[in-house]
Design a protein around this ligand. Structure first.
Ligand code: MG
Ligand code: MG
Length: 628
């Protein structure tokens, strides 16, 4: 039967914790990596009992390494080693052993010999009712590609011996994918899935430290799965990711991310198959259909202050107008054109708790969906439960799911729908809120490195966002990585930023914020220069950009001197690409934690990553001036 599985090596922690996490994430099948047994305090049969209690089938044991093509006495010793693995399989109650191609210098470059060894071992396994799978390691001594592994399996020609098709080894060696479809299903022992970032690194290091789940990297995993499933293969499809960050994270989180990644992979596979006139396979349960994001209804800030409020001063300086107050709560609505910012100063409830943990900060995001009920159902099916209760600006009852650092993402309908009247408990003082800011351009999330892939999978699966390629820039104190994800309509765009290095800007933000979070909100205007002049007149302080930046800019781009002088005077940053020009400015950092960015786009669709180093350096200088 086709089913999802996960290898225990993909997670950290004890074997018991891994099995519990795997079952809780909805898996019914698991592959046991032998190292996990070595560190397990009980007997292998205890693992079997535990798995049975949890409703998990152990689909296989792995790996058997460096087996084929060895000279005597190593050859005989290998057969003895295999018998011990068979005993272990008996105790575990599994019928399948995963073998990988030899990396040993003692192995002979002799295809016939290697095939004969595999055939002999398959015959021994058959006596005990076991099956073998043979996998090409990308760095194997002689067998590196699936075509070679398949050739050996065909030469050995045993009914209980199949090839293991592992997407990592196949994609990292850029093996052809389409011909996989021609392998007879009976010759496939197991299918394994993982992804990896498209970075240049030797395949073994990439494999051992940086494998990730489908959709988190750059490998053509969907194409691989589509080709393999055309064979008619009908067994388990198992996630196998070796990743240092995964092993350092809670097993429950990784197992849930793995299941989310597989659910999306299964949905993508079936969509592709239906387009090709093939039947859908429904591996695992079908997801409720996706609903589209239509825009941002509001952003909510939890504010610490009940008296004079420098955050509100900043909002007003940026041209936001308080248009309404809540009937009974200490909650205000600030507006500018279609942009709504709710400021929640209640001394109890969700926003208050959030503020206690993080200080004045963005605690919620209200998203409009074309079908919020369907969107929520899908989020639930992807392991993101609904939060009801006393939440919502002024505690209107709006269903939500937990976003980054337990901030909330509200699922709302179009403005005239029944769920969108969140502002009906507000008493409006004015409807006049015109200014130069027109759109929420993007929200940056700064993340601990260990959370990066997890949130990427959350946004891509639960909210249906898609990702751009990864960007790397220099931070004054380390490296900084950024990956932008966006809704298909472009209304929600989130650069996910992570940093390596103890005192990078991102690390310092995480320290100041007490966790990951939204570090800046970028707002769009059609006229940045006029906007900045007005905001300065209203008392807004912008980030001081060093003069050298403008000297460098004039050497990189041909810019009219008068325009350059104006940018220099106002601290406006600039970028240009094939499609257009970009102007951006940052406010001074609010409470060492948060800032606004304002952008003007003239046909430019990126985020000014070339300016990030100067922004980070300017923020460090700002902190040093403030004596932090
Ligand atoms: Mg593998
Ligand atoms: Mg930005």
């Amino acid at each position: 039967m086709l089913r999802w599985s996960i290898a225990t090596v993909s997670m950290g922690g004890t074997l018991e914790a891994k099995l519990a996490a795997v079952a809780r994430a909805g898996f019914r099948a698991v592959e046991i990596f032998e190292n996990d047994l070595t560190f397990f305090s009980g007997k292998p049969r205890d693992v079997r009992a535990r798995a049975e209690d949890l409703g998990l089938e152990i689909i296989g044991l792995q790996p058997m390494r460096d087996f084929e093509g060895m000279p005597e006495p190593l050859r005989s010793r290998n057969f003895d080693r295999a018998e011990r693995k068979f005993d272990l399989m008996e105790e575990l109650g599994t019928r399948f052993l995963g073998m990988c191609s030899s990396t040993s210098e003692d192995a002979a470059p002799d295809v016939e010999r290697a095939a004969a060894d595999l055939a002999d071992l398959a015959d021994r396994a058959a006596q005990r009712g076991f099956r073998l799978g043979y996998e090409a390691l990308a760095w194997g001594r002689y067998v590196k590609d699936w075509m070679q592994a398949y050739e050996l399996v065909c030469l050995a020609d045993r009914p209980n011996l199949g090839v293991v098709l592992d997407s990592f080894h196949i994609c990292v060696n850029k093996n052809p994918l389409a011909p996989l479809a021609d392998i007879p299903a009976s010759r496939i022992g197991l299918v394994q899935l993982s992804d990896a970032p498209g970075i240049l690194m030797d395949p073994m290091s990439l494999s051992r430290h940086h494998r990730c789940f489908p959709g988190q990297g750059d490998h053509p995993v969907a194409e691989f799965l589509d080709a393999v499933m055309k064979t008619g293969y009908n067994g388990p499809v198992s996630l196998e990711a070796f990743n240092d960050q995964f092993r350092g994270a809670p097993a429950a989180q990784i197992a849930r991310d793995g299941m989310r990644a597989l659910q999306i992979a299964g949905e993508t596979l079936d969509r592709t198959r239906v387009e090709q006139g093939l039947p859908a396979l429904h591996i695992g349960a079908d997801l409720p259909s996706a609903s589209r994001i239509r825009g941002i209804e509001f952003v909510e800030f939890a504010s610490a202050s009940s008296g004079p409020d420098s955050f509100v001063d900043l909002l007003q300086g940026l041209g936001f107008v308080r248009v309404a107050r809540h009937r009974s709560k200490d909650v205000d609505l600030y507006r500018q054109n279609g942009l709504n910012i709710v400021v929640n100063r209640e001394q109890e409830g969700f926003a208050y708790s959030f503020q206690l943990l993080h200080g004045t900060s963005m605690c919620a995001l209200g998203l409009r969906f074309d079908n919020p009920e369907a969107a929520l159902e899908r989020a639930n099916a992807l392991g993101a439960p609904t939060y009801f209760g006393r939440i919502g600006p002024g505690e209107a009852l709006i269903p939500a799911v937990a976003g980054i650092e337990n901030s909330l993402i509200y699922f709302m309908g179009e403005r005239d729908g029944p769920r969108s009247n969140w502002d009906r408990d507000f008493v409006f003082e004015t409807q006049e809120a015109n200014g130069l800011l027109t759109t929420f351009d993007h929200f940056s999330n700064v993340l601990r490195r260990s959370e990066f892939l997890s949130w990427m999978t959350f946004y891509k699966s639960v909210l249906g966002l898609v990702n751009d390629p990864q960007v790397e820039v220099a931070d004054p104190y380390g490296a900084f990585y950024s990956r932008v994800i966006r809704s298909p309509d472009g209304s929600v765009r989130i650069p996910l930023n992570i940093a390596d290095g103890g005192s990078t800007a991102v690390s310092r933000f995480i320290d100041a914020f007490g966790g990951s979070g939204v570090q800046h909100i970028a707002l769009e205007t059609g006229d940045l220069f006029t906007f900045v002049e007005q905001a300065v007149a209203r008392g807004v302080k912008f980030l001081d950009i060093p003069d050298n930046y403008y000297d460098d800019l004039s050497s990189r781009f041909d810019i009219e001197p008068a325009l350059l002088a104006r940018m220099r005077a106002l601290d406006i940053l600039y970028d240009r690409n094939k499609t257009g020009e970009f102007f951006q400015i940052y406010t001074a950092t609010f409470e060492n934690r948060f800032f606004f960015e304002v952008v003007e786009r003239r046909g430019y669709d990126l985020f000014g990553a070339a300016n990030t180093p100067v922004r980070l350096a300017a923020q460090v200088a700002e902190q040093e001036r403030a004596g932090m």
